[in-house]
Each structure stands twice: as C-alpha cells, then as structure tokens.
Design a protein around this ligand. Sequence first.
Ligand code: ZN
Length: 67
Amino acid sequence: MALLKYICEDCKHVYEELTTPDKKPACPKCASDNTKRYYQGKCYFGGRGKGDSCSGGNCACCKGCSG
Ligand SMILES: [Zn+2]
C-alpha cells in the first residue's frame, strides 16, 4: 500500500489515495473512473524546457514539456 496521487481526466481534480499501483481509484469528486496517475517530476517544480527528468508519456503534470 502506498499513498499515490491521481488526477481525474474529467474534472481535473487531483487527489491522493492509499492504494496499490495497479489499481485506479475513482474520483472522489465526480465518481468518474477516467483517472490516471499524477506524476510529479522535477519538470513540474523546476519549470519547462529542460526535460531531463520528465517521465515522458506518463507525465501528467507537464504536457507542455518539450522533453
Ligand atoms: Zn473527477
């Protein structure tokens, strides 16, 4: 079990769930299951353009990152 962050694709609500990585908890706000893991990399905190620590296609937090 781990406290994982998820983002709801429908209402963009970000929430934390105590769950396992293979599970996708439904959004507590709108009950949608259209959710995905919310990754926080250095790119999110350090600004865009560097791309050195962006997790690529799985990076939900910096879609504008050119890396
Ligand atoms: Zn939602």
